[in-house]
Design a protein around this ligand. Structure first.
Ligand code: SF4
Ligand code: SF4
Length: 192
């Protein structure tokens, strides 16, 4: 009988202790968020998923060269100022978020942003291609532009080579015309 009441009292006390703790946390401000409806405040300097401005990118590939784990893949159509970015992919299954890729960028068109939600089920989902998708018409137009520029370049090179050859021929002809001939009359000091 005595044990019965002792156990009953122990049950009441332990329930009260547990409920007191529950009540205390019930009135305290919450430390969790209803993600994804609620989002955390990201501190300044956070290194998240890259930001990329394709319009400013010169496709110099300095960022890819600086990456210590080779996780940036860049593909382009054309070269130099005429390059069009076809693929600018970062493999986040390897990225260290070290920020080394942003330092050598001459146009500051790549940076580490505050984006952090990179959940996925496969490794493929860890790859993000930041390049703007191009339509077949846009690609064809760019290829045509490249072809025209290449033709212009070749025409200019051919014109420059022809001008150079002409100048060399004129110089040679002038030198031959001014050179003394075998039948020329000797000068006063006897030289031919
Ligand atoms: S943050 Fe570091 S690891 Fe990630 S892409 Fe840039 S250089 Fe490579
Ligand atoms: S370093 Fe900058 S400009 Fe050069 S390819 Fe990378 S993002 Fe583009």
């Amino acid at each position: 009988m005595k044990d019965y009441f002792r156990n009953l009292w122990a049950g009441i006390v332990t329930t009260w202790v547990g409920m007191r703790l529950t009540l205390r946390y019930l009135i305290k401000p919450s430390v969790t968020l209803r993600y994804p409806e609620e989002r955390p405040v990201i501190p300044a300097g956070y290194r998240g998923i890259h930001g990329y401005d394709e319009e400013k990118c010169s496709v110099c590939k300095s960022c890819a060269a600086a990456c210590p784990v080779d996780c940036i893949t860049i593909e382009q159509l054309g070269r130099g100022k005429d390059a069009m970015v076809m693929r600018f992919e970062v493999d986040y299954s390897r990225c260290l978020f070290c920020d080394l890729c942003t330092i050598p960028c001459p146009t500051q068109c790549i940076w580490l942003s505050e984006r952090y939600d990179l959940a996925g089920y496969t490794r493929e989902e860890c790859r993000i291609d930041f390049a703007r998708p191009k339509s077949p018409e846009e690609i064809a137009a760019h290829e045509e532009l490249l072809r025209k520029k290449e033709e212009e370049k070749k025409a200019k090179a051919a014109a420059a080579a022809a001008a150079k050859a002409k100048k060399e021929a004129e110089t040679k002809a002038a030198a031959e015309a001014s050179a003394p001939q075998a039948g020329d009359a000797p000068t006063r000091d006897g030289a031919a």
